[in-house]
Structures are given as structure tokens and as C-alpha cells.
Design a protein around this ligand. Structure first.
Ligand SMILES: CNc1ncnc2c1ncn2[C@@H]1O[C@H](COP(=O)(O)OP(=O)(O)OP(=O)(O)O)[C@@H](O)[C@H]1O
Length: 157
């Protein structure tokens, strides 16, 4: 299965909004807001929809921060490949609230709970929170991280 997905980090000054996922892939871990892009949607439309569904806020300015590939292998076979567009937003409407899917929580940029997040996050999220763009490819076996490569993308305009 190959899927196109999104991740969004709301930023307020020195704080970042993460969600504690209550169900699905990554349950019990903190992550950005996000999910799968549905047929007919652009990644930008999908990430706005996910923010509304998961925490009840509408981002009104998105900044694209990179592309991540997550490959998961099971018994030496590719089980799934996830292409994830990453965004940050400093402008949104509404106050983050809890939903069936997610509980939102603010963290200081210097105090992100990496030990309660996906293993790859500590390898690229600091770059994104530093205002830069990344490309990363991460290979997992049974969702345990085995190999990775991360590039800093050149900043264009
Ligand atoms: C493996 N390392 C990883 N590191 C960081 N983030 C990861 C990730 N693997 C998946 N993610 C993100 O986690 C969300 C899952 O969302 P997920 O619940 O599958 O999607 P969606 O809300 O559409 O779910 P339904 O299928 O409708 O239940 C989605 O943002 C996706 O990009």
C-alpha cells in the first residue's frame, strides 16, 4: 500500500502544538496533526481538513517544510510506503480542542517529547522547527527504524 499523507505543526512563538493520537497508526504517541490525503484533494486541502477534524482549528497560512518517505518492511517485504508532506502554520482560526482522534498539547520548541514520538521525528523535526526544509527517507521493519537518510533542502525564496 502506498499512501500520500500530511503532517502539520502549529507554531505560536516558541511553542509547538502536538497531538497525542488516541487511535490508529501511532496511537499513544505525540505527533503533528495529519493523516491521509483523500482522492481529489491536494495535500494542502487535506491538512486543513485534518486540522479541523482532529483539533477544530483552521490553518490560514501554510508553509511547506519538506517531504518524508516512510517505508515499512514486514518479513523482508514492503508492507507500506508513506509519502508525507510536512507543513507549519503560525496563523490559524479557532482554539485547539480535543477530539475522538487526538488530544492537543503545547510544547516549548526546546522541550519536544521525542521519547514519546516516532523514532524518526528527532532526526528531522528539529530542522523544521528551525525554519528549514527537509527531505528524509526512513526504512522501518515492523515499525522499528532501521535505516535513514535526511537532506537539508536548499531554501528558495
Ligand atoms: C513511521 N514514522 C512516522 N513518523 C512520523 N509521523 C508518521 C509516521 N508514520 C505515520 N505518520 C503520520 O501519522 C499520521 C497517521 O495518520 P492516520 O491515522 O494513518 O491517518 P488518517 O487520520 O487519515 O487515518 P484513517 O485511516 O482515516 O483512520 C499521519 O499524519 C502520518 O503522516
Amino acid at each position: 500500500m502506498i499512501s500520500l499523507e500530511t503532517l502539520l505543526y502549529l507554531i505560536q512563538g516558541e511553542r509547538v502544538l502536538l497531538i497525542l493520537k488516541k487511535r490508529g497508526l501511532g496511537k499513544g504517541l505525540f505527533n503533528g496533526v495529519g493523516g491521509k490525503v483523500k482522492p481529489g484533494e491536494t495535500p494542502e486541502q487535506a491538512v486543513v481538513r485534518e486540522a479541523e477534524e482532529e483539533i477544530g482549528v483552521k490553518p490560514i497560512q501554510l508553509s511547506w517544510r519538506g517531504l518524508l518517505e516512510f517505508w515499512n518492511l514486514e518479513n523482508g517485504q514492503v508492507e507500506s510506503i508513506h509519502y508525507v508532506h510536512v507543513y507549519v502554520s503560525e496563523k490559524y482560526v479557532g482554539e485547539p480542542r480535543e477530539s475522538d482522534e487526538a488530544a492537543p498539547l503545547w510544547f516549548e520548541k526546546g522541550n519536544i517529547p521525542y521519547d514519546r514520538m516516532w523514532e524518526d521525528d528527532r532526526l528531522w523535526l528539529p530542522v523544521v522547527l528551525d525554519g528549514k526544509r527537509v527531505y528524509g527517507k526512513f526504512e522501518f521493519e515492523d515499525w522499528k527504524l532501521r535505516k535513514w537518510i535526511v537532506y537539508l533542502l536548499q531554501q528558495t525564496g
